[in-house]
Design a protein around this ligand. Structure first.
Ligand code: HEM
Ligand code: HEM
Length: 199
């Protein structure tokens, strides 16, 4: 190819690293399995809850100390930007984001926070000091139950964004790639997208 020829346009670009995808499906799988096994607690429920806790805690640590693709600072936006984006969604004019969109960013924060809070309260309930204490049991049940509407909203948001922008976000979380940048897209403004597009 001559030196002056433009770089070929890629049909898809990498957006999620294998490690991020693996961690996502580990968190999703263990949270869903913890919920499915909650009846009466039990060994399986406790182990699944501990794995969910470890994976979510690792994701939070990487959100602060990881590379550009991991950082919360790259996709957790202020309330003005998030509200502005929500208005555009209602007006059906929201731009496509190559990374997480502002509403998705806050949903991620909520999912991680409730996953950690639910598992820590579950662990607390099994300690000698709090075993059988009614308010700890009630708190654990409430935190676990709260993950259900969050999960439903999360998946609904993923489906809605996929329909609006005619792309499969679930597919992207499996194979790691999204259709390349189109006019009007938001490349998130974070270093993540710039780094990923260079790969
Ligand atoms: C994301 C993780 C978790 C979720 C979503 C979850 C969810 C739940 C839910 C919804 C219940 C039913 C509460 C009720 O009937 O009022 C429950 C019960 C229970 N969970 Fe978890 N849990 C998680 C993690 C854990 C962990 C890490 C432990 C302990 C190490 C644990 C220990 C228990 C026990 C012992 C019960 C039975 C309480 C009882 O009814 O006596 N859970 N969990
Ligand atoms: C309770 C279960 C789940 C939890 C706790 C959860 C949590 C998360 C988290 C923390 C992220 C951020 C990924 C990262 O930056 O590391 C995320 C993103 C994502 N999740 Fe889930 N997830 C769950 C279930 C699911 C399910 C069942 C699906 C598929 C239908 C799904 C599809 C996605 C997609 C597509 C993204 C990326 C969204 C985007 O492109 O901005 N999640 N989820």
């Amino acid at each position: 190819m001559p030196a002056s020829a433009p770089a070929p346009v890629q049909a898809t670009v990498p957006v999620w690293s294998p490690a991020l995808r693996l961690l996502h499906w580990t968190i999703a799988g263990t949270v869903i399995a913890s919920f499915a096994t909650h009846e009466g607690g039990g060994r399986a429920h406790e182990i699944l809850g501990y794995v969910a806790l470890a994976a979510a805690a690792l994701r939070v640590a990487l959100g602060f100390a990881g590379g550009p693709g991991w950082r919360f600072a790259g996709f957790v936006r202020g309330w003005r930007t998030t509200l502005g984006y929500a208005r555009l969604v209602l007006a059906r004019r929201e731009p496509r984001h190559l990374g997480h969109n502002p509403l998705g960013g806050w949903m991620i924060v909520a999912l991680l926070a409730f996953t950690i809070a639910a598992s820590v309260s579950g662990w607390l309930y099994t300690t000698d000091a709090y075993w059988g204490v009614e308010w700890v049991e009630a708190l654990h049940g409430a935190l676990g139950d709260a993950l259900v509407p969050l999960f439903v909203l999360h998946v609904a948001g993923v489906i809605l964004a996929s329909i609006r922008h005619r792309e499969s976000l679930v597919g992207a979380m499996i194979h790691g790639r999204k259709p390349s940048v189109r006019p009007g897209d938001v490349a998130s403004g974070d270093a993540h997208d710039r780094v990923m597009r260079r790969e």
